[in-house]
Design a protein around this ligand. Sequence first.
Ligand SMILES: Cc1cc2nc3c(=O)[nH]c(=O)nc-3n(C[C@H](O)[C@H](O)[C@H](O)COP(=O)(O)OP(=O)(O)OC[C@H]3O[C@@H](n4cnc5c(N)ncnc54)[C@H](O)[C@@H]3O)c2cc1C
Length: 295
Amino acid sequence: MAPSPKAPLHDPEHAPSWYAATAHPQPGLSALAGDVRCDAVVIGGGLTGVTAALELAERGFDTVLLEARRIGWGASGRNSGQIGTGYSPPMALLARLAGEAGARDLWAMAEEAKALLYGRIARHGIDCDLVPGQLIAAVKRRHLAELADTLAEWQAYGYEEARLLDRDETLARVACPAYLGGLHDPGAGHLHTLNYVLGLAEAARAAGARLFEGSEELRLGPGGGGTAGRRGEPRHADEEIRGDSGEREGEEDGADREDGDPEHLEDHEERPGDPQLLDDDEPQEGGERHQDERQ
Ligand SMILES: Cc1cc2nc3c(=O)[nH]c(=O)nc-3n(C[C@H](O)[C@H](O)[C@H](O)COP(=O)(O)OP(=O)(O)OC[C@H]3O[C@@H](n4cnc5c(N)ncnc54)[C@H](O)[C@@H]3O)c2cc1C
């Protein structure tokens, strides 16, 4: 693949990537124009924001989501797409930091996250190239020992799905003779991250949430209620959920923010006849992801 030109940080379009090049058609959502009233405003159209908008809309809250650029523009539309088990640090480290009970809660949260993700893909028929299974391959003897430690740790938390593979079993799955063995985890997986977040966005819209692209939030007041909207266009919502970093570009702690008077809002611009962001194909299954321990 020819190297892609770097996208400027402020480019409103998706950065050039394999995900962007293979995304389902994105007709584009209209920018917020005019006033809106809602129960909750969600700032940022990444996985955090779009999922929050979906959950809120499904619970009957009148929800507005503001995305400064495009849905999935940030990390959510261009990450590695790995659905991993547990956390990057070993659970032993998390137990030292959070205590044994805290570590068990963290483990349960990570497992719940996987279940929620698989459940949403199935429930909303999100076509995001979901491939179950991961293989972490060992290229050095010490990697084999590390993978055995990882498996033992997972099993101590009650996770029984994964198992170690010897060299031949690994070779049967990945035609790479450099691999000495591996840890196979059928409960993990991989997906097309941009198509996943686009599918969630479509589900949120179907549930009644109003999603706007090209609509940067600038200022929300503390506590329930506040102002949001495009630059110079204050808006009001009863609740806010931040799915962005909480910081505005070019704004440092304590820096003055552009201000605007809070207003209650009445109207919103609907984009007539929005075509579906995605079609309704069932998730695909196929081979699985593998990675090795060379890094
Ligand atoms: C290189 C890399 C690889 C990763 N790989 C994986 C992986 O394999 N598996 C995994 O589970 N996680 C992975 N992650 C982590 C994962 O991508 C993030 O945890 C997740 O995408 C965070 O989602 P988010 O919605 O919180 O943030 P983002 O996806 O960054 O979304 C924030 C959104 O808010 C918008 N925004 C910002 N400010 C405003 C504003 N003022 N008004 C309106 N909108 C605004 C932005 O435009 C953006 O679209 C990876 C991350 C990186 C960086």
